[in-house]
Write a protein that binds this ligand. Structure first.
Ligand SMILES: [Zn+2]
Length: 370
């Protein structure tokens, strides 16, 4: 008896999630279209929609223009749900953005955390969270890191009014923030955030070139080591001790490093590069073309296995323009099997917002299953 009950509850939760996700994805949608998209009966949709309205997850936000027939009430996410705070943590900074339930980024803050111990990083998260909390209700927190399992299971000493205890970061954050928390790979957030603004919704990959490069995707990818994929027999020795790793040619840090020494310009910045690059005759553009050559190789290696429909490049490199996109695509055509001829490569145009939107969306897409 008990077992069957659990099973039914899961089924109900799943349908509720399906309906909610259809609304989240569409922005505005009628009950009829929800039924079409979810393959649920209109009776089930009506029941679930009523429940979601009562619980303040969604609300009626207008009517569709009537085309002959009856105009229909449209449903959208209820912003009264509160904000979701998305954090992105790397070795140097915490970026945090408050995102509404309808996935608009409102405010962003950045904190330096270089060389801080984990306990102090958690305190920065709590401080930022509380700052956002002054202005609005916070529904949940999404935290994007490089290695979620490692981060979650790191043990920290947290002193409470009762005692000081060693607990995991995962437990500590839930306790300190008092809202549901998800901890995921930041690059998977970014891929989901990019997908939210694209026509393509699936098989999207996001290569973050800042720091040690990482690959994220929709659907989410587990931790990988794309940074050390071999794309040559030349170049500088990588942190892994070998030569020819993708990271030594295309990570933001290495691009600058290589350009500074090649061009003997110790003060080169991404800003200067992005200004000099479009002038095709400059020595900067020649050096950056080399980057596109290796990037193309890396993208081909990844895509031969994963078959993306859209490949997005994020990080400082996104300051470059259309010419660079075309160069990378050219390189993909040169190295790739003909099946990759229609693979679209694009520079991210949303900056860190892709991470914030993706973090919030990943939470919402699973809100009834967590
Ligand atoms: Zn390496």
């Amino acid at each position: 008896m008990g077992k069957k009950r659990v099973h039914l509850d899961n089924y109900k939760k799943e349908n509720k999630q399906k309906v909610f996700n259809a609304i989240l994805e569409a922005g505005k949608i009628s009950r009829t279209n929800i039924a079409k998209q979810t393959s649920l009966s209109s009776a089930s949709v009506t029941l679930i929609v009523d429940e979601l309205i009562n619980e303040k997850y969604i609300k009626e936000i207008g009517t569709s223009a009537s085309t002959g027939g009856r105009s229909q009430k449209l449903l959208g996410v209820d912003r009264a749900m509160g904000r979701i705070i998305s954090f992105l943590i790397n070795d140097y900074y915490i970026f945090a953005g408050s995102v509404t339930a309808s996935l608009e980024v409102e405010n962003v803050v950045i904190r330096n955390i270089k060389h801080l111990p984990t306990e102090d990083i958690l305190n920065v998260i709590v401080e930022v969270f509380n700052q956002f909390k002054k202005n609005s209700d916070i529904y949940s927190a999404s935290i994007g890191v490089k290695s979620p399992e490692f981060f979650k299971n790191t043990r920290v000493s947290i002193s409470t009014s009762v005692s000081a205890d060693f607990i995991t970061v995962d437990e500590a954050l839930r306790f300190m923030l008092g809202v549901p928390v998800i901890i995921e790979r930041g690059v998977n957030f970014a891929a989901l955030g990019e997908a939210h603004n694209s026509i393509q919704k699936k098989n999207i990959y996001f290569l973050d070139l800042d720091g040690e490069i990482q690959l994220g995707g929709v659907p989410s990818l587990p931790v990988e080591h794309v940074a050390h994929m071999k794309v040559g027999d030349e170049g500088k020795i990588c942190s892994c001790g070998k030569v020819g790793c993708l990271n030594t040619f295309v990570s933001s840090e290495k691009i600058i490093e290589n350009l500074k020494s090649e061009l003997k310009e110790p003060n080169l910045t991404w800003h200067l590069i992005s200004e000099a690059y479009p002038d095709g005759s400059s020595n900067v553009s020649e050096a950056i073309h080399k980057v596109s050559h290796y990037l193309g190789k890396g993208i081909v290696n990844i895509s031969t296995l994963l078959r993306p429909s859209l490949f997005i490049l994020g990080g400082d490199i996104s300051k470059l323009d259309k010419i660079f996109e075309e160069k990378v695509e050219q390189s993909v055509r040169n190295f790739g099997y003909y099946d990759l001829n229609d693979l679209e490569v694009r520079l991210s145009r949303t900056g860190k917002n892709a991470f914030f939107v993706g973090g919030a969306k990943m939470f919402l897409l699973n809100v009834f299953k967590l």
